[in-house]
Design a protein around this ligand. Structure first.
Ligand code: PMP
Length: 443
């Protein structure tokens, strides 16, 4: 066994640090796990009390490459010996240009593209919306049920769930229109098989554009091809293709929020690649830079160039150390076998979770795309009522047995896996065995 928990959780050192955190950090800054990190390597994390965990969280979907992959460490170290910051607006550097060139090549679409680099997923989404509004001269933005796009004012407005993301934190930004997402298990238009749901949701959206927003008032449709925080709800390929058609018909820009689903997470470079759908603008962050704060907006060159000089940017956007990490990440995906690792991990997780979904009545649905996989827990399969407390118990129970997991879902009843794509197969099996035990214990 690799997972080794030798104290109660949290252990004494974590408890001491937690007391300090309670004193100096606002309680709004939430924590999934109560332990404090000491060190990490690959898919393993050791806490300050010497407990060793298998890490299926990847720092919230940021570590598709795992903790401290040598190519990233080398690239970052080399950059640290050159300079850490100049501000790209003040003195430019090669890395920014090289990463823009790389993202133009690897994002979908065979046309000229340009990239602006920013600091977070929320900032990437906000910039995508700013660019879309500017380029189209239209105000409206279509988003979806169960969506998550960030915690800034615009990001939280675009996010669906009021608690904890919006309640009391308003006012909301204007001109955001929410539509049903084809999440067949719980679609607002009624539970359907996913293929039917795709048609109903696309028809509804097209009709709503005429009847409630106005054809010429919509700048962009912003979609997560696999919803992350919303519970790993996979947009059927047919739905994404219909979105593309609808956008083309009405001069609307299609923005893919690939912040969580990008960089090999779904076993392709981007989740939209599965559907063969080409967005006009792609927002990226998380696993782009292996934990360094970096996000990107890549889009059609003519759209990106629409905004006047000075309209985009920021002091830290495109930090050179983070960029060095990102270039190493993309190289690992393209040339280091990491995309193939993701395909293997996705298959192993799917094969390992299917029998758990059979065995445990608590699991209402097992779903995902590639290595972006989750189980949705329900109190009973008939009512599909969300098993929120049980999901929390599974996550706590798994941690006590040495596996770090994350929750998701509108009802906080989804247990999701964001393990590094290169997690060794024996660790994946060990993690799944712990999940099995935690599911048994949580019933
Ligand atoms: N979009 C999606 C799809 C996300 O999953 C997230 C983060 N969970 C964001 C945007 C916001 O990213 P950040 O937390 O870096 O602002």
């Amino acid at each position: 066994m690799t997972a080794k928990v030798i104290t109660d959780l949290p252990g004494p050192r974590s408890t001491e640090l937690a007391a300090l955190a309670d004193r100096y950090i606002p309680k709004a800054v939430f924590n999934v796990h109560q332990v404090f990190a000491q060190s990490a390597d690959g898919a393993l994390l050791t806490d300050v009390d010497g407990n060793q965990f298998i890490d299926f969280t990847g720092g919230l979907g940021v570590l598709n490459v795992g903790h401290l992959p040598p190519p990233v460490v080398e690239a970052v170290t080399a950059q640290l010996a050159r300079f850490t910051h100049t501000c790209f607006h003040v003195v430019r550097y090669d890395g920014y240009v090289r990463l823009a060139e790389t993202l133009a090549r690897i994002t979908p679409g065979d046309f000229d593209k340009k990239t602006v680099l920013v600091n977070s997923g929320a900032e990437a989404v906000e910039n995508a919306v700013k660019i879309a509004r500017y380029a189209t001269g239209r105000p409206g933005v279509v988003v979806f049920d169960h969506a998550f796009h960030g915690r800034t004012q615009l990001g939280m407005t675009m996010t669906a769930k009021p608690m904890p993301y919006k309640a009391g934190l308003g006012p909301s930004a204007p001109e955001i229109y929410r539509m049903p997402f084809p999440y067949g298990y719980r679609c607002a238009l009624g539970p359907h098989p996913d293929d039917e749901c795709a048609v109903h949701c696309a028809d509804y959206l097209e009709d709503a554009i005429h009847t409630t927003i106005g054809d010429e008032r919509v700048a962009a449709v912003v979609v997560e091809p696999v919803q992350g925080e919303g519970g790993f709800n996979v947009a059927p390929a047919a739905f994404l293709r219909r979105l593309r058609e609808i956008c083309d018909r009405y001069g609307i820009l299609l923005v893919a929020d690939e912040v969580q689903s990008g960089f090999g997470r779904t076993s392709r470079m981007f989740a939209v690649d599965h559907a063969g759908v080409v967005p006009d603008i792609t927002a990226m962050a998380k696993s782009l830079a292996a934990g360094f704060p970096l996000a990107a907006v890549t889009g059609r060159a003519e759209l990106m160039d629409a905004v006047h000089v000075g309209g985009l940017g920021g002091t830290y956007g495109g930090n050179p150390v983070a960029i060095a990490a990102a270039l190493a990440v993309v190289d690992m995906l393209e040339n280091g076998g990491l995309l193939d690792d993701g395909v293997r991990l996705g298959a192993q997780l799917e094969a390992g979770l299917a029998p758990l979904a059979e065995k445990h009545p608590l699991i209402g649905q097992h779903r995902g795309l590639g290595a972006m996989r989750a189980v949705e827990l329900v109190t009973d399969r008939e009512s599909r009522s969300g098993a929120t407390a049980e999901a929390a118990a599974v996550i706590k129970g798994a941690a006590e047995r040495g596996l770090l997991l994350l929750k998701a879902g509108t009802y906080d009843n989804v247990v999701r896996i964001l393990a590094p794509l290169n997690t060794p197969p024996d660790l994946v099996d060990e993690g799944l065995a712990i999940l099995d035990e935690a599911l048994t214990a949580a019933r």
